[in-house]
Each structure stands twice: as C-alpha cells, then as structure tokens.
Write a protein that binds this ligand. Structure first.
Ligand code: ATP
Ligand code: MG
Ligand code: MG
Ligand code: MG
Length: 486
C-alpha cells in the first residue's frame, strides 16, 4: 500500500537526521516574527533569515546551526508569493501547505551535496523512477549580469540525468526570492512528470534547491551575502500525491477525510476531481476551496492570526468569506458547517503541529462566529437591497451609493461583485457609471496611501480598484486578481 502522508513526512526528516547528520528543528509559527516584509511565513527559510543576512545573535541557539531540516507550515496568500487565486482552480496549489526543507549554513555543504542528497532521497528512499524526474537550473540573466549556473547543470549530468531532462530558465523560474526584499539566489528545481512515457511530459514542481548568495535590497539592487548557504523546500502535499500515484494533492490522505466530510455534511454530489470547464456547476472547485481554506483558517488561528480588518488578518477574513460562499452557495452547506470541519483538520495535522490540538475549541468557536457574522451580513445586505428596490421605479437602476456603502468594510463589507450578483438574481441593473465614479474617488484616495500598503505586500486591493477605475465596472470572475470571485 502507498505510504501515508505521515510516513512520507517522517521519512524526509529521518533521512536528513540519520543519514546526513542534520538537526531537526520545529516549524515556526505562520505568523512572521519581527519581519514586516511578510504577511505570513511563506517558506521554510523565513525563520533562518538572520543567518542568511549574517545578523544572527551569536548567543542564540540558531548561531550554532550548520545542517538543519524541518517541515514548515507555510501560507501563500497575499504578499509576493500569493496563490489564493489558484486554489480550487488547479490540483497543486494551496493557501496552506507544508514545506519540507533542509539547510546547510555558511558553506557547510553546497550545490553538489545538496543535489545528490535530494536525488538519493527521491529515487532511493522514496523509490521514484528516475525517468519521471526533470530538473531545471538557472540560465543566467544578461540584463543584470547574473551568470548561468553551469556548475549545477554539470552536477545533474554527473548524477546521471540525461541532458534532455536538464533544462535552463531565467529569473522568473530559477532565481528564488523570499519577498520584495530579502535573501535570494539562483535555484535548481526537480519536477515530476505525471504523464510518464508519452511525448509531452506533464510536469509538477516538487522540490526547489536554492543557492543563497545575494540579498535584494529596498532599492532593488543585489548585494552579496556574507556567506553562501543551501536552502531547499519541497511541498509535502505534492510529494504525497506522487507517492500515492495521484495527479492531485486533493486525492491523498491529507485531503480525502475533508472531502468526505464535506460530502456527508452538505449532501452535495460526490467529489469527482474535475477542473476548468469540465467542472460545470463548480462543485469540485468548491470542494477544493473549502477543504483548502479550512486548513489555512485552522492553522492560522492556532498560531494567533484571526480574521480581521488589515494585513494578514484581512487576508484571512477574505479566505473565510470565500469558504463560506463556496460552501453555502455552491455546496448548499447548512449554517455552522465550516466549524464542523475543524476537528478533521486537527485529526489530520494535530500530531505534527500540536498547537492545533491545544487550540481546537477556540478555532471551532472563532470560525463558527465569523461564519455566522458573514451570513448575517449577507442577510442584512439582501434586506437592504429589497428595501431599496421598493423605492425604485420599474426602469430605475440600482443606486451606486447603496451598492458602495454595502461594500464598505466599516459597514457590511460585502464585496462589490457579490452585491452585483445579488442584484442580478433580482433582475436589476446596477448604476455602474455611478459606481465607477465612486471607485475612481476611492482609487485616488488609495493611491495616496499606497506606500504603506505596498510595504505590507497588499498590492491586491489597489489592483482591484485600478481595475474598477479602468473598466468602470466591478471586477468579475475573469479579473484574476480579485479575491472574491466565485
Ligand atoms: P509553483 O511554481 O508550483 O507555484 P513555486 O516555484 O512558487 O511553485 P517554491 O517557492 O519554489 O514554489 O517553493 C518550494 C516548493 O513548495 C515547490 O517546489 C512546491 O513543491 C511547494 N509549493 C509551492 N507553492 C505551493 C502551494 N501554493 N501549494 C502547495 N505546494 C506549494
Ligand atoms: Mg508559485
Ligand atoms: Mg515554480
Ligand atoms: Mg520553485
């Protein structure tokens, strides 16, 4: 039988501890400690940033770290690495995922050892057939004067990877950066071919090995780091899918208990794993969004980030509302449903991350309260719409001011595209010219305040507002950066 996720995670950690003398360190909280450049912890390396920058307190335990490995809770929503819009649409991106990583600090080992350890683990310990693995390396960037990493290419060839499966890419793919600023460097990635055997490979990225050498400064320039380091990260969910012979991270024991519970609790048709146009009523998308989002909500709340009005809490609030909409409107979940999924997350992840067990009651309560609050905002919104409609003549458009005020966060905070959907259901047209005018005023106001917002990685709202301004209509499902699209 295929290895369970827990065994896959453990095999990674014991490989680096027992075979290659790494010290195991616990996952950091998803709430970044003292790093305003991040909304959430988005990679295993975040907690080691002081080591990379050479600013680590020499009296701290971290100062003695040479070889370490761990399994890190990561959230990629908002900020530089923002995968929120992909969740539900594809079968490999999550807002919360676990990143398995190993590190070599201060030149303890470098490219050759890093690549050969990764290859040994994947092919010998996990038994992945070599011919299903493709690798990529940094092909250089003439504009910035960064050299191609031919050393890395040669390492892969010497490990026996045939040249046709060793590809080079530029800055976008093979130069990893933590955020707008911070440690960065050329990287080499290992991809798995889901198709296997046929002409065109169907690749999913498994593991990224970064050779940390620079720091991206606030002025955009690259400065050399005091020392070189290895920093790697592999998505547990994708690895488990590969080892369980699946094309989708959702078809693994990390997600199937959640999908089963959604099926039972909502009475929706069973999950069939369809994507894109094949997923007609968007049932399968909704299953994925709800399963993904409840994990993120649980992990974040356990680490002390609750849904709120700005920064990371605001992103979490959007995640909660998205989960509520998909569960109630698509899957027809009964009120209070989201909270009932929390114990399943705790069951699946609680042994590895005990803070989930410790805070489980509080997580259930918070999710349930916020779900109820959002459902009641929706209800109040519907009543305000009905009342407004009574005042209108048969050919009148719905007043922009009312729609706008429903959307203000100090009021009900209903996203504009949702308001528009609600109006559509009533067969009324929204005064979109009026709305564009209001949006333009707001956008100007926002742009004046853009600097501090940008610092927190929240270009998102500006983007949506810019969109409003440009098109004069509220963003809809096809404007990819808008969070609430359903
Ligand atoms: P992708 O190109 O698939 O978006 P990435 O290049 O952004 O991945 P990295 O920053 O290199 O990812 O992170 C290291 C590893 O973490 C990836 O190789 C992948 O296995 C995993 N990973 C990254 N983003 C996600 C995500 N949103 N959900 C699940 N796993 C992820
Ligand atoms: Mg990505
Ligand atoms: Mg990538
Ligand atoms: Mg990558």
């Amino acid at each position: 039988p295929p290895a369970k996720a827990a065994a896959v995670r453990n095999a990674f950690l014991s490989f680096f501890r027992d075979r290659h003398s790494h010290r195991l360190v616990p996952s950091a909280s998803v709430r970044p400690r003292g790093d305003p450049s991040l909304l959430f912890v988005n990679a295993g390396m975040n907690q080691f940033k002081p080591i990379f920058l050479g600013t680590v307190d020499p009296r701290s335990e971290m100062a003695g770290f040479r070889r370490v490995a761990n399994s890190q809770k990561c959230v990629r929503a908002g900020g530089r690495h923002n995968d929120l819009e992909d969740v539900g649409r594809d079968l490999s991106h999550h807002t919360f995922f676990e990143m398995l990583g190993n590190w070599a600090f201060g030149g303890e080992y470098f490219k050759e050892e890093a690549c050969s350890m990764a290859w040994e683990l994947l092919t010998q310990v996990y038994g992945i057939p070599e011919d299903r693995l493709w690798v990529s390396y940094f092909g250089g960037d003439p504009k910035t004067g960064l050299e191609p990493d031919l050393e890395c290419r040669d390492i892969w060839l010497s490990l026996g990877v045939p040249a046709r499966r060793v590809l080079s890419f530029g800055l976008e793919e093979n130069f990893w950066e933590m955020g707008v600023t911070g440690p960065c460097g050329p990287c080499t990635e290992i991809h798995y071919d889901l198709a296997g055997g046929v002409e065109a490979p169907q690749l999913v990225e498994l593991w990224n090995l970064v050779f940390m050498q620079h720091n991206r400064e606030a002025d955009g320039s690259l400065q050399p780091l005091p020392q070189r380091h290895v920093d790697t990260g592999m998505g547990l969910e994708r690895l488990v899918a590969v080892l369980q012979g699946r094309h989708s991270t959702y078809d693994t024991d990390l997600f199937s208990p959640l999908l089963d519970a959604i099926h039972q609790g909502c009475g929706a048709p069973p999950y069939l794993g369809r994507v894109g146009a094949a997923d007609k009523g968007r049932t399968d998308t909704a299953y994925r969004v709800v399963a993904d989002h409840i994990r993120t909500l649980s992990v974040c709340i356990a680490d002390g980030v609750s849904p709120g009005m700005s920064g990371a809490p605001l992103v979490l609030r959007q995640i909660l509302r998205r989960a509520v909409r998909f569960s109630t409107e698509v899957l027809r979940a009964p009120p209070g449903f989201l909270g009932s999924l929390v114990p399943i997350v705790v069951e699946t992840l609680g042994d590895t991350y005990p803070e989930l067990q410790k805070n489980s009651t509080q997580i259930v309560n918070l999710v349930s309260e916020d779900e109820a609050a959002f459902l009641s905002s929706l209800e109040r919104g519907r009543r305000i719409i009905d009342r407004t409609l009574k005042r209108l003549g048969p050919t009148d458009m719905f007043p922009a001011e009312v729609a706008w005020s429903l959307s203000m966060s100090g009021n009900l905070g209903l996203p504009l595209d949702l308001v528009e959907l609600m109006l559509e259901e009533k067969g009324v047209q929204l005064d979109s010219a009026g709305l564009a005018r209001l949006a333009q005023e707001e956008a100007q106001h926002q742009v004046q305040q853009a600097e501090p917002v940008r610092e927190h990685g929240l270009q998102l709202d500006i983007h949506a507002l810019g969109e409003l301004q440009r098109r004069g209509v509220p963003p809809t499902d096809d404007s990819p950066k808008y969070n609430y699209s359903l």
